[in-house]
Write a protein that binds this ligand. Sequence first.
Ligand SMILES: [Zn+2]
Length: 406
Amino acid sequence: MFANSEILANKVILQEINDTNKNEYELSFKLDKVALIKSESFDDEPKIILKIESVKEFKQIAQNQSKLIKSFSSSVEDDGISIIIELDQFVKWTKPAQEKMTDHVKMSMNLIPDKKLDKNIRDIVIVIDAGHGGKDPGAVGKNILEKDITLMIAKELARTLQNTEGFSPKLIRSKDEFIELDERYMRARRMGADIFVSIHADGFTLSRVKGASVYIWSKTSSSMTADNLSDQKLLNVKNTNFDKLDFNEDLNRPYFLEEYDLTNKKSLLLADKILEELKRDPYTYIHKPNVEFANFRVLKLIDVPSVLVESGFISNPDDAKRLSGKPGRRMIARGIFKGILNYLKQENPKNTIMQDKPKSLTYIIQKGDLLSEIAIRFGVTVDELISQNKINPKRIYPGQKIKINI
Ligand SMILES: [Zn+2]
């Protein structure tokens, strides 16, 4: 089925089973290239399956001396290999992450056994891309740079997700550094993203143009603004240095057309949900009432729903003012967060906290948190938080878990 073995991974080797600390195991595999990996577990038996597309060969070098893992086995199908990990009990597991080494790719995942679990569960991985950075400031406004705004929104979103049980946010960049566009989505693949969100706040030649918009990928743009943004800002990149270990989304797409079609539908749903939430925010003016389509190269992932959020135009004085302040940025982060939740409520991804359509989520209070702030970030009222959790607002403490209706 895969004609071109040059561009796809061929083998996987189980190299190590590490007892990282008393109750956590790390499995390390060696791949010849970054691969498209699907992973799932079952609710009724402690078993995890890793499906590695295109790979035909599995070898186990690691000695299995752990009590937790009963066995590894594999089965080869037309389109790849399935590695079946049989466990002794239910675990919290992480999606396999891939790391490029000098001549191979290290794929690793963690297993954390927990007697209290009645099924296998994993976190939902949300990869957040703060647009631009380092030598690339993005749009330049009066006393305001796009690269700084995007990073602050990204961190605000990550902060909410980080402390909400069942979610694992990962930042493409967490400081002011330059990262190539291709490296951004490739990094998201290696991180095992369930969802990819790229955050921008661009400028336009006309200063009256303002407001937020949400984009998904398309070969043809849906408007002039989209054309302008995608062609000039995001598409026109000279460096496309793929090395032999990379998974090239463009070259691989023809082999995964069905998958890509499904991903596009999911991206549209995700974008719709985020836009819906941004529209609810009284502070955020909306630039385009519908989800926009643009050829943004950062949205290329074949199997990961991906959206690009333009939080406003910093070339517009109103938007610049809104995004310069914490409340304005927080509303963008909240819109994205709630949009993601609403998307997940509809998708109910298996093996995750959202599988059983929960009515509430658990948030772990952090040092410096205020109930009023938490309420804003989740779009609930302080009174709701107090009555639902029967807490004294003056006596909240770090590490305290509270339920928040969603
Ligand atoms: Zn931008």
